[in-house]
Design a protein around this ligand. Sequence first.
Ligand code: PMP
Length: 368
Amino acid sequence: MINGRKIILAGTNNYMGMTFDPDAISAAKEALDKFGTGTTGSRILNGTYQGHKALERELEDFYGMDHAMVFSTGYQANLGMISTLAGRGDYVIIDADSHASIYDACAMGNADILRFRHNSVEDLEKRLKRLPENAAKLVVLEGVYSMLGDRAPLAELIAVSKAAGAQVLVDEAHSMGFCGETGRGVAQELGVEDQVDFIVGTFSKSVGTVGGFCLSNHPKFDVLRFACRPYMFTASLPPSVVASAISSIRSLKNAHNKRAHLWANVERLHSGLKDLGFKLGTKSVESPIVAVCFDSQEELFGMCQLLLAEGVYVNVARPPATPMGIYLLRCSLGAGHSVEQVDQILAAFKAAQEKFSASETLRDAAGD
Ligand code: PMP
C-alpha cells in the first residue's frame, strides 16, 4: 500500500517468495519465544547460539562444502572475507561492475587492487599475466550482476584465474535459490563449483530474511573466525532470523515448482517489455532482474512516477549504484508474483510509455 493505494511491487529481491513462507514464520516465532529478541553479543563472545551453528551446518549441507561462516549481513560477508583473505603484497582482482560491498572490502584491506572490464575474460587474463608469478591473488566474481541482471561467464573467468594461480571467490547473492539444479547459483548451473574457493551469499534475497555467509573447503577456514573483523566486532543475528533462514534454506533445495514459476514470470516480463520497444539490460533472460535502460535521468524519474500512478513500483538505479551514464528502472520478480500481476506490470509500462511520449510531444510543441 502506498498512500492508501494497492501497488504491485516489481522491484524486489524476494526472488523465491520466502518472506511469508509459513514454515519460516513459525520457526522464527518459536525461536523468538524460546531465545528472545536478540543475542546482544558477537559471534566470538556470547553471540553464538546453537541456531547459528545449526545454520552453518545447514549451509554446508545445501552447498556440499566443508565449512560455513555466518555473518550479520551479506555486505559484511564480502567486507570481511575479501579484506581478510588478501593482505599486504597480495592482489585482489575485481570486475569493474562489482557490488559496493566488494569495492568497500577492497578499500578496507591492505592488498593491491586491480579492476578488469566487466565480464571480459580477455582483460582479466591480460591483467593477471602482468602480476608477479608467485604473488598471492584473489579474483572476485559475481554469479549474477545486480543492476543489469547479467551473468558472469564463470567457467571461462575461473579457467584463466586458475591458470594464473589465483584463488576465486564468487558472490552468488543474486543467483542463490533459482540458478542450478538445487539452487546453489550460477557455479552449480555451469558445473564449476569444484573450482571455486569461496562462495559468498546473503539471506536478504532468496532466503527472505537478513544475514550473510561464506563457504569454503579450505581446511583452515575456521581461522578466519579470529581474524575477520566484520565477523568479530558486530552483534550476531537474532535467533528468530537464524531459525527462519534454516527453514528457508531447507525448503529452497527442493523448490523446483517455485523456480519454474519464477523463470516463467521473468520470461513473460522480459519478452513483453521487449515487444513494447523498451531497451533491456540483457538480450534474453539471464536472471529475475529485468533492467529497463533509459538515456536520461528525466526519462527515468518520469517513467518511475508514471508507473507508480499506474499502480506499479520499480526501483530506480543510477550512478554510483550503476556504471557511469547508465539509468535503469530495475524490475525484479519473485516466485510470489502471479501471471496476472506480470500482465498488470506490462500494462502499466505500456500506459506509462504512452503518457511519457505524449508529455514529451507537448513539451516539444511548447518549445521547451
Ligand atoms: N553482494 C551483492 C552482489 C549484493 O547485491 C548485495 C546486496 N544488494 C550484497 C552482497 C549485500 O547483501 P546484504 O543485503 O545481505 O547486505
